[in-house]
Design a protein around this ligand. Structure first.
Ligand SMILES: CC(C)(COP(=O)(O)OP(=O)(O)OC[C@H]1O[C@@H](n2cnc3c(N)ncnc32)[C@H](O)[C@@H]1OP(=O)(O)O)[C@@H](O)C(=O)NCCC(=O)NCCS
Length: 144
């Protein structure tokens, strides 16, 4: 297993595919709905296994010079609870710090709250509700 930056068209296609499968398909959302207007200016990391199958993805972008945001964290269902999400999150954080971030914010799905809290994120308050059903919580981790 290794973590790489998705950059070629093929890598990006496989990266978005897992994002869609985990974060959009279960709610019957069409392909393409897993992307937003910030993709081109974001950092896309993915974990691949020994067969080059994508088993985890996550994205980092900057809201301003000091504040980075992590979005679209997703691990393949059969690979969850094996440390892959933690590896992704820690690598995205490292990248954010290298690029000058003083803090990272994110909107956590309620099912992922424990995962982020374990990594030092603090709850700030309620966030948006996606597809009328998935409640989010705003979280923050300060580095300075
Ligand atoms: C949330 C997610 C990214 C975590 O990735 P992961 O590889 O499964 O997480 P890890 O194995 O690194 O988990 C580390 C710790 O976080 C906590 N954790 C992770 N998933 C959890 C869950 N579903 N429920 C409760 N605690 C959880 C546990 O304490 C876990 O440690 P443990 O397995 O030793 O108890 C992944 O489960 C996932 O893709 N979920 C579905 C999509 C999603 O909700 N994404 C987040 C959007 S904000």
């Amino acid at each position: 297993m290794k973590i790489i930056e998705a950059s070629t068209p093929d890598e990006l296609q496989r990266y978005y595919d897992l994002r869609w499968k985990i974060l959009r398909a279960p709610w019957k959302q069409p392909r393409g709905s897993e992307q937003d207007e910030l993709e081109q200016s974001s950092h896309h990391l993915m974990v691949v296994d020994s067969r080059q199958t994508v088993i985890g993805v996550g994205r980092l972008h900057f809201n301003n010079i000091r504040e980075a945001q992590i979005r679209y964290m997703a691990v393949a269902i059969t690979q969850q609870r094996k440390g892959i999400g933690t590896l992704l999150l820690n690598t995205l954080e490292q990248r954010a710090i290298e690029l000058g971030a003083a803090r990272i914010v994110l909107d956590a799905r309620e099912n992922a709250l424990r995962f982020y809290r374990k990594q030092g994120y603090e709850m700030q308050g309620p966030g948006h509700t996606l597809f009328n059903s998935i409640a989010h919580v705003k979280m923050i981790k300060d580095f300075i």
